[in-house]
Design a protein around this ligand. Structure first.
Ligand SMILES: Cc1cc2nc3c(=O)[nH]c(=O)nc-3n(C[C@H](O)[C@H](O)[C@H](O)COP(=O)(O)OP(=O)(O)OC[C@H]3O[C@@H](n4cnc5c(N)ncnc54)[C@H](O)[C@@H]3O)c2cc1C
Length: 192
């Protein structure tokens, strides 16, 4: 089984790191970097740890399959192939935001504890190592707000915006999180 610890992400796929206003309460969060990761098996780059382009480059370096190098990403990356880092991220965020959207308004103490445990475990087992490490750091300095649907959704939106910031992506308006993940946009475009 390929190890998730074997990767070498291109600089354009890792996000820049640096100061992050949303992570102002997290001064010790380091910029994303993969340089200190070990390569247990360089022949098997971790697909879930990098975008498809970077993974493809790694493959070419470490295998004799270069002849397929001129195929497009679309041709190489149909829906029934293993997820790369970005696909995994999109699906995971979709799941997490939807889970938060349907979390109880008044969760029991046990539900609150379980939700906290869920995120701790996620940070231990998320297959993209750099993402998991980063998540674990965030959880230490700002644990999940599990006392209501609203607070959990807002916390998750904040968490996701922190990653967006580091990757140079636009910030999401957290006041719209329930429209995006539960109710559909107020213009009716999701009503079908
Ligand atoms: C826990 C976690 C940590 C990650 N850490 C890293 C990392 O360290 N480095 C890395 O390269 N990648 C990381 N990723 C992957 C990264 O966040 C993206 O999923 C990936 O880059 C693909 O981005 P995207 O632009 O397709 O949209 P995504 O960021 O995957 O977002 C999917 C959709 O969510 C909605 N959305 C966006 N922001 C928010 C928000 N704040 N609140 C609610 N909804 C929102 C938008 O509609 C968007 O289209 C992580 C993913 C997860 C789940």
């Amino acid at each position: 089984m390929p190890s998730r610890y074997s990767f070498d992400i291109d600089s354009d796929s890792t996000g820049g790191g640096g100061a992050n206003p949303l992570f102002g309460a997290f001064p010790n969060v380091p910029p994303l970097s993969n340089s200190n990761k070990t390569e247990e098996d360089p022949k098997k780059p971790c697909r879930a740890c990098m975008d498809f382009k970077s993974w493809r480059k790694q493959q070419e370096k470490s295998s004799k399959q270069k002849q397929a190098g001129d195929l497009t990403q679309q041709e190489h990356n149909p829906n029934n192939c293993p997820l790369d880092k970005d696909q995994l991220g999109q699906h995971t965020w979709g799941f997490l935001h939807t889970m938060a959207a349907y979390y109880p308004d008044k969760p029991s103490p046990e539900q609150q504890k379980d939700m906290g445990t869920f995120f701790t475990l996620l940070s231990k087992f998320y297959p993209c190592d750099v993402c998991a490490t980063d998540l674990a750091e965030q959880l230490k300095v700002r644990p999940p707000a599990t006392n209501s649907q609203s607070s959990l959704s807002q916390w998750l939106c904040w968490l996701h915006n922190g990653v967006n910031q580091k990757l140079g992506k636009p910030q999401f308006d957290c006041s719209k999180v329930n429209e995006r993940w539960r109710d559909g946009w107020s213009d009716g475009s999701c009503d079908y």
